[in-house]
Design a protein. Structure first.
Length: 463
């Protein structure tokens, strides 16, 4: 055989089989004709260099180009293919010894990034000879799938894989473009996530998001959520996804609402406040934006996930449109929120009777010259949430009413808030209409020393 030998000159021209990889077909083609596969057989399956075009001419461009194009389309995400470090031992073929014995050819799904197990038999894929520990390669693999030490891969007893590695293998096989054998697709159909139509790139896109989100949260929001293939490299044997990521993937559909609520509780686990501002968390908003981008790109998993997170957020929202990022602490159950709201309404009805009616002339002057300076120091939403939390603490008995003496003396809410029936929503909506100066002033009054009859000297006098 020479480099000028063409497809029509080979006496045996086997047809590709269901789910066969491009590199595996090259090896099987040359093996059927009594030749050793070239060292670039695996590279030829993924590139279009001149040397690879020569191999394509040997095994038939009409066959190898179709197989190669299918593998590229499955793995192209965000306009690029995954780097080599996303593949477990990327230069070595990987086999399920039982499948090789049963089918006699190499499956394309075994070459997928992070693939490390067989979804049919639940065993680890082989990349080394168990007898001599030599790395397997297409150029050294002998006829009958034998290593250089003459050990047949079809006779090797494989090791059992972790459950989550098998699940990930089945999820890949369940993609509508996987072209996996019938038996593997049948096993994949039992996984909850495979009940919707998705492509291979959609699964990897969601996995990239989960990996990036996990690192983003662990690093306290100091990494970018604009994850790409190259930013999520893993090395050596750690290329397989870990159990939490695969568990989340496999149970995403039936337990998404539970996981969304659990994640929001985890973000607020150190907060003892009744109301929390999710917009202040440096991790939540970027993660939500990244999920929205994934959904806009047509990922079928991102849309339901985004809707579920939105429902979980809306169920905790306090109902004030001007405070759209403020919600009840996710650690509070729904049956705990109603007594809090009722207790606040009763306490407020008693509290406002101690405050003098508001004088229309007693208000803050609008001084635009200093507004920019105040904007750099005070945030209206932060003050509004702080005031509401203080009110809720007093209403529930967590905080002494004595701390409101300065507020009773110096603050004059409008008449509509002095009527019975005022709620947390109406009080919060009013607070968001105040100027930054008055919000800062009211917030400071609530933390001012009780022995002082004057407002803090750093804030403007009210009236």
């Amino acid at each position: 055989m020479t480099e000028s030998t063409t497809f029509t000159e080979f006496p045996v021209r086997p047809l590709p089989r269901e789910g066969e990889s491009a590199a595996g077909y090259c090896w099987r083609f040359f093996d059927a004709n009594g030749h050793t596969a070239p060292a670039t057989a695996r590279v030829a399956a993924r590139s279009d260099l001149p040397v690879d075009r020569k191999i394509s001419a040997m095994v038939g461009p009409h066959v190898i180009d179709r197989l190669r194009s299918a593998e590229r389309d499955r793995l192209t995400w965000q306009g690029s293919l995954p780097p080599a470090n996303w593949f477990a031992r990327s230069r070595m073929p990987r086999f399920c010894s039982v499948c090789i014995a049963e089918l006699g050819y190499h499956l394309a799904v075994w070459d997928m990034p992070l693939m490390s197990a067989c979804g049919v038999h639940g065993c680890r894929l082989l990349s080394r000879c168990p007898r001599c520990s030599a790395s397997l390669s297409w150029s050294t693999l002998g006829s009958g799938w034998r290593c250089t030490c003459k050990t047949a891969m079809s006779t090797v007893i494989p090791l059992r894989a972790h459950r989550w590695e098998v699940i990930f293998s089945r999820l890949l096989a369940g993609a509508c473009d996987s072209d996996a054998p019938v038996e593997l697709r049948h096993r994949a159909s039992h996984e909850p996530m495979t009940r919707c139509q998705y492509r291979t790139r959609d699964l990897y896109g969601l996995l990239v998001y989960l990996l990036s989100a996990r690192r983003y949260v662990r690093n306290g929001g100091h990494r970018s959520m604009d994850a790409a293939w190259s930013e999520l490299r893993r090395y050596g044997e750690r290329t397989a996804p870990s159990r939490p990521e695969v568990t989340l993937l496999s149970t995403l559909s039936p337990s998404l609402q539970v996981k969304a609520g659990r994640f929001m509780r985890w973000l607020c686990r150190h907060s003892a406040e009744t109301l929390v501002d999710m917009g202040d968390d440096p991790r939540f908003t970027p993660m939500l934006d990244a999920l929205q981008s994934l959904s806009a790109a047509g990922n079928p998993f991102a849309g339901p996930a985004l809707c579920t997170v939105g429902e979980c957020w809306r169920s905790s929202h306090i109902g004030i449109s001007s405070l759209e990022t403020v919600c009840f602490n996710p650690q509070l159950r729904l049956d705990e929120r109603v007594p809090i709201l009722d207790g606040f309404s009763r306490w407020w009805a008693s509290f406002v009777t101690q405050i003098q009616p508001r004088d229309p002339a007693d208000c803050f002057a609008d001084d635009p010259s200093d507004e920019e300076e105040w904007l750099s120091v005070w945030d209206s939403r932060h003050h509004a949430v702080s005031i509401l939390n203080a009110f809720l603490d007093v209403a529930s008995g967590k905080r002494s009413r004595d701390g409101l003496l300065q507020l009773i003396r110096r603050w004059h809410p409008p008449e509509e808030l002095r009527r019975s029936g005022a709620t947390l929503q109406s009080v919060g909506a009013y607070l968001t209409t105040l100027s930054l100066r008055e919000l800062a002033f009211v917030d400071a009054l609530m933390s001012a020393p009780m022995s002082s009859n004057r407002p803090p000297t750093d804030y403007p006098n009210h009236g």
